[in-house]
Design a protein around this ligand. Structure first.
Ligand SMILES: [Zn+2]
Length: 289
């Protein structure tokens, strides 16, 4: 009998221990888990602090820019994010790739393919007449996040530069085509003068365009693809190197007009070079005028 009682009490002790253990287990694991999460977070913070301490305030620009590039990619879906304040000392290196005089079948589509592969958004200065003929290319560029801007309807120097009224009429025709095509997604007031805004001869055109509520953007770098019919890849790369040297912010003039096959060939190398030089890529929507 005593043995039985002893056995029973032993059994109840074991049962009690099992129950206790089962009840306590989640708590133990949970608190262990929490501790582990906290500990991990602490380690991560410490690692970050260490990294900063190692890199110091003068850490290489490249790592800064990589972080900023990722941040800016995230920001693309957050239009409320404010533009960075320009300060030449701390300014990030930005490349605004621009393609003029398209859209052109076989060229514009190839450029769009490359930009997509490279995760780059660029700006297209569209000729209205060509947009009428190849609307699908303008729509594709817009759908893929590139900025569409007006480069006049005819791009015909003789007629558009006859006088400011003639210029405005042609510009508004281009604007109408883009508005009809893109609807409310076409909001840019940025235009580019065919041949650029440079020179005293265009003063009244510049003034008129500003009065009408537009802004114009030229370029300060180029690949030279308009300097001959077929400009070799090597020459384009050299022109890029020459014209971007020492510049933190570059608006790069290139063309997606007819026959610019070598621009297509050079573009991946141009992008590679600019990345190596620490540039990040943006559309002119983010350019501060
Ligand atoms: Zn042009």
């Amino acid at each position: 009998m005593r043995k039985l009682i002893k056995k029973l009490s032993m059994l109840s002790l074991v049962v009690a221990m099992v129950v206790l253990a089962m009840g306590a287990t989640p708590i133990i694991f949970q608190s262990l888990g929490l501790w582990r999460v906290e500990a991990k977070a602490e380690v991560e913070v410490k690692e970050e602090e260490n990294q900063e301490a190692v890199e110091g305030p003068d850490k290489p620009q490249e790592s800064d820019e990589t972080a900023e590039e990722e941040a800016s990619e995230d920001n693309e879906e957050q239009p409320t994010v404010e533009k960075p304040v320009k300060n030449p000392d701390t300014m990030e290196k930005v490349a605004y790739l621009t393609f003029d005089d398209g859209p052109t079948p076989g060229v514009t589509s190839g450029i769009l393919d490359i930009l997509m592969e490279q995760h780059i958004k660029a700006t297209f200065f569209i000729i209205g007449e060509l947009a009428d003929r190849h609307p699908e290319l303008v729509l594709r560029a817009s759908d893929e996040g590139h900025l569409i801007c007006n480069h006049t309807y005819t791009h015909n120097y003789k007629t558009i530069y006859a006088d400011p009224d003639a210029f405005m009429a042609d510009l508004m025709e281009g604007e109408a085509v883009l508005k009809q095509l893109l609807g409310s997604s076409y909001t840019s007031k940025i235009i580019r003068f065919p041949g650029g805004s440079f020179g005293e001869g265009k003063r009244e055109f510049r003034e008129r365009v500003l009065q009408e509520g537009f802004v114009y953007i030229d370029w300060n770098a180029l690949n030279g693809d308009a300097e001959a019919k077929y400009v070799s890849v090597e020459k384009q790369l050299n022109r890029i190197k020459e014209t971007t040297k020492g510049k933190k912010e570059i608006v790069v003039l290139m063309h997606d007009s007819g026959g610019k096959k070598t621009t297509l060939e050079a573009l991946p190398l141009i992008i590679e070079y600019l990345r190596e030089e620490g540039y990040i890529f943006k559309t002119l929507a983010e350019y501060e005028i």
